[in-house]
Design a protein around this ligand. Structure first.
Ligand code: HEM
Length: 200
């Protein structure tokens, strides 16, 4: 387990401990993202970009057997669950998230992990609730000073949230790549497998 975590750290530049930072924001993270709709928005933005990424056919090809709709559905249910909402992923896919096992069939190396993370960072930057230019409903009042305070606080929250998410995504993407090598055949189809060295 420790060797795996170390290899994921080597590949991603993010330590296991840093990837855990996101857990400290749960369940607030779910609220900050905008509940179920906000999680769905993140996945929609992400997969819109992935399926339009025709310049990187090698990456797009990883997703040939998926429809965009199904991919969004699976991913956003996972985000709702791990970021502090109801267990929508479990309801559809069963008790274990098994991220490593579920990705094992796809040709995913570290270059693909980097590219995945880049798309996810773009999606975060485009997300209305993670964008500092976005005005939330809370700011919609007549008091200018209060407005300023709200904006500043929101901006700090946004920076903190995005950084924690970025560290989590980066570590996990590379963890998925290295952990695959450690899986036994019987772990590829069921159980938790080698998921212990990552969060969720
Ligand atoms: C599913 C690719 C990293 C979460 C998938 C699928 C592909 C894929 C091709 C199948 C799409 C479908 O659901 O039909 C990749 C690649 C990655 C990567 C190339 C780069 C390393 C990640 C990371 C996370 C994640 C870092 C979470 C933090 C998920 C989830 C599913 C999924 C929850 C749905 C699995 C299922 O229920 O069957 N991914 N992924 N992926 N991915 Fe990834």
């Amino acid at each position: 387990k420790q060797e795996l975590q170390h290899r994921a750290y080597k590949a991603s530049g993010v330590s296991y401990e840093e990837s855990l930072r996101v857990t400290q924001l749960v369940p607030c993270l779910y609220k900050r993202l905008g509940y179920e709709l906000g999680c769905e928005k993140l996945s929609q933005l992400f997969y819109d970009a992935v399926f339009e990424d025709t310049e990187n056919v090698w990456f797009l090809n990883i997703f040939v057997s998926s429809t965009k709709r199904e991919a969004v559905e699976n991913q956003y249910r996972f985000f709702v669950q791990i970021f502090g909402g109801p267990d929508l992923y479990k309801q559809k896919k069963g008790k274990y998230t098994r991220l490593v096992g579920r990705h094992a069939a796809y040709p995913i190396g570290h270059t693909a992990a980097d590219h995945w993370v880049k798309h996810m960072e773009d999606a975060m930057n485009e997300h209305p609730n993670l964008n500092k230019l976005h005005k939330s409903n809370n700011d919609d009042n007549d008091n200018n000073n209060k407005n300023d305070n709200n904006n500043r606080m929101n901006e700090n929250n946004i920076i903190e949230t995005k950084e924690a998410m970025r560290l989590y995504f980066r570590y996990t993407a590379h963890y998925i790549v290295v952990a695959k090598e450690y899986m036994r055949d019987d772990q590829l189809s069921g159980g938790t497998g080698v998921d212990e060295g990552r969060v969720w």
